[in-house]
Design a protein around this ligand. Structure first.
Ligand code: FAD
Ligand code: SF4
Length: 584
C-alpha cells in the first residue's frame, strides 16, 4: 500500500463514456479509459483493509459477494498504483483467464464488497483490471502457454462460451490435446451472440481465440453435438434447439422470412456428432453448453408474428453486424433494422438482458421502447435488511435505460406489469399490432404461504406494439444434449454434480470411475508424463470418457466471471482424474 491516505485524498473518478446522443448511432464500445496517472490515483484509493471481502467470492444471503475468481485485488491495486503493470499482469494471470472480458462486462462483485464502499464510493477495481490487461495486450505480454510436452490425453469441450474457453485454456496449458466443439458459426457463446457489441467488442474475443489456437487448441465451429445436422434452406434458422423446445411457433416455421431474421445466430450449415462418438474418441468430455432454454410467456396470441426471444434477437443482430463488417447500409443489416425501425417495442423482462434489448432497439431506430418488470421498483439505497458486503439489491439504471431516457424522455421500465394478451393485426399474416398489459400486485398464496405476483382486476390497458422481445429468464440446459449424454439434472434442469465437483451424475460416469481409478494408479507411479499416457491409453478408458460440466449448464444462467471460475475448476478436476494429481 503505497499511499495510506489515498482514499481520503482522491474521489472516485470513472473512465469517460461516449454521450448517449453519439453512441446510439453505432454499435461500438462506448467506455473509454483513464490516463495512466489518473488510474494510479484511483488504485491508490484501495485501503488494503484487513479483511478484503472484494476477493472473497463467497455466498452471503444467497448472493455472491466479492470476486468468484479470488483475484488478488489489494495486491493488484497496489501494483497499479505503483505503475508496475507488468507484474500486475503476471499476478492477475494467476487467478484469471480472460480479464479483457470481465473488465468490460462484469457487474464488479468485488466493488460491491469493497470496504471503501462502506462509507464512500468503492475502489474502481474493474477499471484497474482493464488498465492491466489492455496494457499487457498493447505490450505483447499476453501469450497462451504452449506446452512443450503433450500428455497424449484428448479432451473434448462442448461449447465455446467463457466456461468452455477457460476449461480449454487450462487443460491445453497442462499438455492435454483439447478440441472445442461449437454449434454456432463463431466462437464465444453468449460473449459473442448474447452480450451486444457496444458492451464487448467482438474483436476482443477474436484476439484471445487466435492466441488459443496458436497454443494448440482446436476449435470446431458449426458442429451441433448430439443435435441434428442441418444445411438446407428450410432448416436454416432452426439451429437454436432452445427455440424449438420452447414452443416459439414463429421460429419453428421454415420459409418464414421473419423467422430467418431472428432465428439462429449460426445460420450456416451445421454438422453433428453424437455423444457416443465423442466418448469413444476422447478421454474426458466437458459440457459447457450454457443454460439457454428461454422462459416463455404463455398468454393468448403467443403465436402472433413479431414475438421473439431476446437472445435470438440479440444474436441475430450481432451476426448481421459481423457478417457485414458493421456496414449499416448493407442489405444484411438493413433487413434486421427493418424489423425494428419505427416500431413500438415491448421488452418483457426488467433485467440485464432486457436492458441489452432496449439499447439495441434504440440503435436500430425503434419508435418507442417499453421494458416490463413483474416485480416492484427496488429501493435507491440499501435497506437495513441488505447490509454491506451483501450484493446490493438497489435500483440500477444501465446504459440502455440511460439511452431511452435521453431519446424518449423517460425511463423505459414499467414495474409490476406483464402482458395479458398479444393482439394481431387480424390480417392474413397475423402480425402483432397491440398488447394488453395488466398490473400485478403481491399476494400471499393461501396454500403455500408464499408471496406471489397476481394480476390486479380491471387494470388492463391496451398499447400499440409491433415487436415483442421476451427476456424473462432461462430455464436451464437444453434437453437434447443432456439426454444425449445421459446426465442427471437437478430441479432447475442444471446438470447435477456432487457439491464442489464438476463430474456429472450419470450411470456412464459411475462405470468410468473404476476404469479411471485403475488408470490413475498406473499414472501415479510413472516418472514420465509420456509413459503414463501410453500406459493408460487403453480401450477401456477411451470407450468410457468421463463427463464433466461447467458454467451456466451447471449453475444456471449466471455471470461471465462465474463461468470462467467454473471452467477453471472443472479443468483442475479433469486433470486430476486423468493424471492422478493436478498442478493447474
Ligand atoms: C443477453 C445477455 C447478456 C448478458 N450480459 C452479461 C454481462 O454483461 N455480464 C455478465 O457477467 N454476464 C452476462 N450474461 C451472462 C453470461 O453471458 C453467461 O453467464 C455466460 O456466457 C455463461 O457462459 P457459459 O460458457 O456457461 O455458456 P454460454 O456463454 O451460454 O456458451 C454456451 C455455448 O455452448 C454452445 N452449445 C450449446 N449446445 C451445444 C451443442 N450441442 N453443441 C455444440 N455447442 C453447443 C452454444 O452455442 C454456446 O456457444 C448475459 C447473458 C445474456 C443472455
Ligand atoms: S472479475 Fe469481476 S468481480 Fe472479479 S475483480 Fe474483476 S471486475 Fe471484480
Amino acid at each position: 500500500m503505497g499511499n495510506i491516505k489515498g482514499f481520503l485524498e482522491y474521489d472516485r473518478v470513472d473512465a469517460p463514456v461516449v454521450p448517449e446522443q453519439e453512441r446510439i448511432c453505432n454499435f461500438q464500445e462506448f467506455h473509454g479509459r483513464l490516463s495512466k496517472e489518473e488510474q494510479q490515483k484511483q488504485a491508490a484509493r484501495c485501503m488494503n483493509c484487513g479483511v478484503p471481502f472484494c476477493q472473497a467470492g463467497m455466498m452471503i444471503a444467497g448472493m455472491a459477494s466479492g470476486c468468484p475468481l479470488h483475484n488478488l485485488v489489494p495486491e493488484l491495486n497496489e501494483l497499479v498504483e505503483g505503475g508496475n503493470l507488468d507484474l500486475a499482469y503476471r499476478r492477475l494471470s494467476i487467478t484469471h483467464s480472460f480479464p479483457e472480458f470481465t473488465s468490460r462486462v462484469c457487474p464488479a462483485l468485488c466493488e460491491k464488497a469493497c470496504t471503501c464502499g462502506y462509507h464512500q464510493e468503492a475502489v474502481s477495481t474493474k477499471e484497474n483490471e482493464k488498465a492491466i490487461i489492455e496494457y499487457a495486450f498493447s505490450e505483447g505480454l499476453v501469450k497462451e502457454l504452449t506446452p512443450k510436452i503433450r500428455t497424449g490425453k484428448k479432451v473434448a469441450v462442448v461449447g465455446s462460451g467463457p466456461s468452455g474457453l477457460a476449461a480449454a485454456q487450462l487443460l491445453n496449458s497442462r499438455g492435454h490435446n483439447v478440441t472445442v466443439f461449437e454449434r454456432s458459426d463463431r466462437v464465444g457463446g453468449l460473449l459473442r451472440y448474447g452480450i451486444p457489441n457496444m458492451k464487448l467488442d467482438k474483436s476482443v474475443i477474436d484476439r484471445r481465440v487466435k492466441l488459443m489456437e496458436e497454443a494448440g487448441i482446436e476449435f470446431r465451429t458449426n458442429v451441433n453435438v448430439c443435435g441434428a445436422a442441418s444445411g438446407n434452406e428450410a432448416s436454416k434458422g432452426s439451429g437454436n434447439e432452445a427455440s424449438k423446445e420452447s414452443g416459439n411457433a414463429e421460429l419453428k416455421k421454415s420459409g418464414n422470412t421473419s423467422s430467418k431474421i431472428f432465428g439462429n445466430a449460426s445460420g450456416n450449415a451445421v454438422g453433428s456428432i453424437s455423444a457416443d462418438e465423442l466418448r469413444k474418441e476422447y478421454d474426458a468430455i466437458v459440457l459447457c453448453c450454457g443454460a439457454s432454454h428461454p422462459r416463455d410467456i404463455n398468454a393468448p396470441g403467443r403465436d402472433t408474428e413479431g414475438i421473439y426471444f431476446a437472445v435470438d434477437f440479440l444474436g441475430s443482430v450481432t451476426k448481421a453486424l459481423l457478417d457485414n463488417d458493421f456496414d449499416k447500409t448493407s442489405a444484411g443489416v438493413k433487413d434486421i433494422e427493418n424489423q425494428v425501425k419505427d416500431k413500438d417495442v415491448i421488452v418483457i423482462g426488467g433485467g440485464d438482458t432486457g436492458n441489452d434489448c432496449v439499447g439495441t432497439c434504440i440503435r436500430l431506430g425503434a419508435k418507442s421502447v417499453t421494458q416490463l418488470e413483474m416485480m416492484p421498483c427496488p429501493p435507491t439505497e440499501r435497506l437495513a435488511t441488505n447490509p454491506w458486503p451483501e450484493w446490493p439489491r438497489v435500483l440500477k439504471t444501465d446504459y440502455g435505460q440511460e439511452e431511452a431516457i435521453y431519446k424518449f424522455g423517460s425511463d423505459p421500465r414499467v414495474y409490476q406489469t406483464t402482458v395479458k394478451e398479444f393482439i394481431s393485426s387480424g390480417k392474413k399474416e397475423k402480425h402483432l399490432k397491440e398488447v394488453v398489459l395488466v398490473s400485478l400486485e403481491s399476494k400471499k398464496d393461501e396454500k403455500t404461504g408464499r408471496m406471489m405476483m397476481v394480476p390486479v382486476e380491471g387494470s388492463e390497458k391496451t398499447v400499440p406494439a409491433q415487436l415483442v422481445l421476451i427476456a424473462a429468464g432461462f430455464l436451464g440446459s437444453e434437453r437434447y444434449v443432456t439426454d444425449g449424454f445421459g446426465v442427471e439434472l437437478d430441479a432447475r434442469t442444471n446438470v447435477k454434480t456432487a457439491p464442489g465437483s464438476y463430474a456429472a451424475f450419470s450411470s456412464a460416469n459411475a462405470a468410468t470411475t473404476t476404469a479411471t481409478t485403475d488408470a490413475v494408479a498406473t499414472k501415479a507411479t510413472s516418472d514420465s508424463i509420456n509413459t503414463a499416457a501410453t500406459n493408460t491409453d487403453t480401450a477401456a478408458t477411451k470407450a468410457t470418457a468421463k463427463i464433466y460440466t461447467a458454467g451456466d449448464m451447471h449453475r444456471g444462467q449466471s455471470l461471465v466471471v462465474w463461468a470462467i471460475a467454473e471452467g477453471r475448476n472443472a479443468a483442475r478436476e479433469v486433470d486430476r482424474d486423468l493424471m492422478g494429481y493436478t498442478n493447474l
